[in-house]
Design a protein around this ligand. Structure first.
Ligand SMILES: NC(=O)c1ccc[n+]([C@@H]2O[C@H](COP(=O)([O-])OP(=O)(O)OC[C@H]3O[C@@H](n4cnc5c(N)ncnc54)[C@H](OP(=O)(O)O)[C@@H]3O)[C@@H](O)[C@H]2O)c1
Length: 319
């Protein structure tokens, strides 16, 4: 196994970009479909990467994209969607139907390898639509994969330079006098985006990873409150973190769902109802020793301080 021609669906996103950069650095040819080419412009300059506008939900388009590929990677995921039981239509389409279609297209095109991104805590009886639909997606993909050698990854929350998690907590504390937090005692085991990307790329070449499902979690677990406090402290804007009782937290999330870009939904709070932690260390065949949150994010958050001051001075000077 040494796939040279790859299709990376969801390759324009936070995790996908880290994977695509690694693949390109190894000289592998990568096609990244996107709904808007503009969103993937940071990948266009990579020499072996082709960014194409395509509707991956369309069977014919997907078949054409999969043709001639040695491996397909699926990273498509959404955090918010309409409500329903066991999940709403948008979750069904992105997390269940799309993995099924991708696996079917990969099998029909004779693709050898299929890597799929799920999430830690995904089970049919999980408390959120996000996690229930991710579980159904794993099942759908395995059912449709036929002879394609699949591997599924289930990460906890992922941090890194461009994350919308630790960076968001840091940014919020720049503007807010305090942080009112739902599910403040929820437990998470954050994992670095480069460790996730390295695990994907290693798994491509290792036959031992075929037919396996891997948890991906960092070296230690934290409460959500600890993570928010860490982001505030390291970015130089530490604020008090007040834990909200559930009734208030759900009211806050319900109000946020009316925003065109909701930061939080009731379903996100539901996801936090189960620990996103794993007792399983990184499997040795993935070739990764996970790094700590502090070693990566503390310098990045501290570095923002002088940059932020510079940007403020520029703004004031009208430049
Ligand atoms: N980030 C985390 O902390 C975390 C934790 C656990 C699991 N995961 C999973 O990891 C995967 C990648 O996460 P991420 O943080 O990289 O997400 P992201 O930055 O939001 O990227 C999502 C990607 O999916 C594509 N996409 C989104 N909705 C789509 C739709 N309806 N149809 C087709 N394509 C769609 C986007 O492509 P366009 O270019 O077309 O917009 C984008 O490339 C997801 O499956 C997520 O559930 C993430």
């Amino acid at each position: 196994m040494n796939p040279r021609n790859l299709l990376v669906i969801g390759g324009s996103g936070f995790v996908g970009s880290a994977i695509v950069r690694r693949l390109a650095a190894q000289g592998r040819r990568v096609v990244v479909p996107t709904r808007r080419r503009e969103r993937a412009k940071h990948l266009i300059l990579l020499p072996t990467v082709d960014v194409v506008e395509a509707d991956v939900h369309d069977e014919a388009a997907l078949g054409a994209l999969a043709a001639g590929k040695d491996a397909v990677i699926n990273l498509v995921g959404i955090l918010h969607g309409d409500r329903g039981e066991p999940y709403g239509e948008q979750f069904r389409r992105a997390h269940v139907e799309l993995p099924r279609r991708i696996a079917t297209a990969a099998a029909a095109a004779g693709v050898a390898r299929l890597l799929h991104m799920s999430a830690l805590g995904a089970t049919a009886r999980a408390p959120s639509m996000y996690l229930r639909s991710k579980a159904a997606g794993e099942l759908a993909l395995r059912e449709a994969a036929g002879n394609v050698a699949w591997t599924i990854f289930r990460p906890s929350v992922i941090f890194g330079r461009d994350d919308r998690f630790i960076n968001l907590f840091a940014q919020m504390q720049r503007f807010l006098p305090l942080v009112a937090l739902g599910r403040a005692e929820a437990r998470l085991q954050p994992v670095h985006v480069e460790d996730v990307a390295a695990a994907f790329v290693h798994a491509l070449d290792r036959p031992a990873c075929a037919g396996r499902t891997y948890d991906l979690a960092g070296p230690r677990a934290y409460t959500l409150r600890e993570l928010v406090a860490f982001a505030g402290r390291e970015s130089g804007h530490p604020r008090p973190v007040i834990g909200l009782p559930d009734a208030l937290a759900y009211l806050q999330a319900f109000a946020m769902e009316f925003s065109p870009w909701p930061l939080l939904s009731r379903d996100n709070l539901d996801s936090l109802g189960v620990p996103s932690t794993s007792a399983e260390p990184f499997a040795p065949e993935l070739g990764v020793t996970p790094v700590s949150l502090e070693s990566v994010m503390a310098p990045l958050l501290a570095h923002r301080l002088p940059r932020e001051r510079y940007m403020q001075l520029r703004d004031r000077a009208g430049r």
